[in-house]
Write a protein of this length. Sequence first.
Length: 251
Amino acid sequence: MSDAREEWEFYPCRVDDAPASVLVDLAWSRRARPDGIDTLYASCFEMADPDEHGMGSRDEAEQLYVAEDEIVAAVRDHGLVYVGRLRNNAIWQLTFMGPPERRATLEEISRSVTAADLRPLRIVDQHDPSWSYFDGFLMPDRERMQWIQDRRVVDTLTKHGDTLTEPRRVDHWAYFRSEADRDAFCSHARERGFETLDTEASESETPYGAQLRRQDSVRLEDIHELVMILHDLADDHRGHYDGWETRVVKP
């Protein structure tokens, strides 16, 4: 994973009504996809110690992280592109896109790397020229993408020594197609205790901006819930939510 263009992110979700964790290279949602890379491949390992959530205990994960790195490095020489990982229902799935007829190669490498563990392994291959599995399953939906963005801000706060225990002023931004839409959004926001300020945007399609501020918790579960409320409120008024920021508070 040394390519500077890569943008690896993880997010929790539910798959088949069970807890899951997805790791995905978001850069492939923007990057041009190489010619001839039209086949989906997956190495699906059965976990020996899936824990109560089915995503692998710490010891199990440490072993499989090592195996994963070895497999990814080895298959790269055969034209396979690592695009994501799914942990769910006691299965550790590594997903690749590549040229046709690489199933045997992937199976040989996957089995050789994990031979000492005797892990049950299933290999999947499927013609997928539109990358439908990547776009439709591995990529986060709007709410999960916002969770990733919220987590990034919270991670930055904690890296600067913030313990996240103290509520503080949080500023939010949203943009709208018309002044009337913005004003209606701000009216509903004030009903929820927000102070509102009008702003302007250079983007011509949504030039009418609103800045909101209020004292709130910035723990991830709290701020994400609030952000999604504002997301939906902006949608209701033909606008879009554009993010939040706050200051670091140290003990």
